[in-house]
Design a binder for this molecule. Structure first.
Ligand code: AFP
Length: 357
């Protein structure tokens, strides 16, 4: 039987572009160059201790976090791979305090690129899956230098978003506003091949992901939700749950795209000055776009994260995403707090804990 050859990312984008006969090809060039950058990062990450790029760079970035050598190298790859193409007006990165200006001598383009060049990089030294996250917005129609305010667009304005995941296989996950599609890197060809077309996140799940060491800082709706998961079939949910925490959001998002689940990094009281751990422009919004395009949901706890109007390029936000029914339940708990007389689901007659005497 003749097997149909898999579609490459290039073929996929050309097919998608047929819907826009007037398009000049800049959008596809941008996405293909982002994919090429991710292949370069994948190869550098895979070298591990055999490469030059491991360990700390002994530099604190704009986030106040210690930069890894690979954070800096990955950021440089994104800049080198995209500044010349004539499709960007500017770039914003987790690793750069200010927006990157396209150098004079290169055409200013119609798009803005926001990215986290290496998400989960604290896992690099222990060989745990990491990834790169990107978001594409439209640039203002002008040839003036790009400003931070140009990036102050809600996630609903994204025209594309995705991530590369550097795991047992390297994959490139993409939405251009018509579903979510997964491409697996063929090492022999060096091409991303379409392997997961039109992914759908199951609406229900029995898996939740949260950093439980922060539980004493959680707001009550999060505590209520997690307690009910922990109570399992003995509690109001009537089913047991499993917990995961990889400390690499790309890896959690990928698991959820593949088999459902819910991820919570909510706003908490650990650092009241921070509105959350994750960044809105280049982490929450692109993951949120992917989740909604795959039939899932992404929320601040109180509202769709893609409705939030940014006020700073490195703005942090609480983020909950995944299976639609779970995210909607968590939003209900945030928007209709439980009454004081409602029992704690953990203190059921046969629960793990006994009611205080
Ligand atoms: P790093 O890129 O600094 O490793 O942070 C990764 C991340 O932003 C996100 O990918 C994880 O889900 C989250 O932080 C893990 O945070 P904790 O280390 O507080 O669990």
């Amino acid at each position: 039987m003749k097997t149909v050859p898999r579609m490459t990312l290039t073929q996929f984008l050309i097919e998608e572009r047929r819907r826009f006969p007037e398009s000049g090809g800049d959008f596809n060039s941008l996405l293909l160059n982002v994919a090429l950058v991710c292949k370069r990062i994948a190869r550098t990450v895979a070298a591990g201790e055999l490469g030059a790029a491991t360990g700390s760079a002994s530099v604190i970035n704009v986030q106040g976090e210690e930069q890894k050598m690979l954070d800096i190298i990955s950021n440089d790859f994104f800049i080198e791979g995209n500044h010349w193409g004539g499709y960007l007006a500017g770039m914003v990165s987790e690793e750069m305090e200010l927006p990157y200006q396209i150098p004079s001598g290169y055409r200013q383009g119609r798009y803005l690129l926001a990215f986290d060049p290496l998400d989960g990089s604290s896992n690099i030294d222990v060989n745990v899956t990491v990834g790169s996250i990107f978001s594409v917005l439209r640039a203002p129609a002008s040839d003036r230098p790009v400003t931070e305010e140009d990036f102050y667009q809600p996630g609903t304005e994204q025209v594309a978003a995705g991530y590369a995941i550097y795991g047992p296989t390297t994959m490139f996950m993409l939405t251009v506003g018509r579903g979510v599609h997964g491409f697996t890197l063929c090492p022999q060809l060096g091409e991303f091949m379409l392997t997961h077309g039109d992914l759908q996140v199951p609406a229900d799940t029995h898996e939740f992901a949260i950093n439980a060491s922060n539980s004493r800082f959680w707001e009550d709706p999060v505590r209520r939700y997690v307690d009910e998961c922990l109570a399992g079939k003995t509690g109001v949910r009537g089913k047991d749950f499993n917990m995961r925490w990889i400390a690499s959001m790309v890896a959690e998002a990928h698991r959820i795209l593949m088999r459902g689940g819910v991820f919570l990094y909510p706003r908490d009281s650990k650092d009241p000055a921070k509105a959350g751990r994750l960044r809105l422009l280049y982490e929450a919004n692109p993951i949120g776009f992917l989740m909604e395009q795959a039939g899932g949901a992404a929320s601040t706890g109180y509202q769709s994260v893609m409705q939030v109007m940014p006020t700073a390029i490195h703005q942090r936000i609480g983020l909950i995403f995944g299976s639609k029914n779970e995210v909607e339940l968590i939003e209900r708990y945030h928007n209709t707090p439980r009454r004081d007389d409602e029992p704690n689901p953990l203190f059921k007659q046969c629960g793990l804990f006994r009611e205080p005497a």
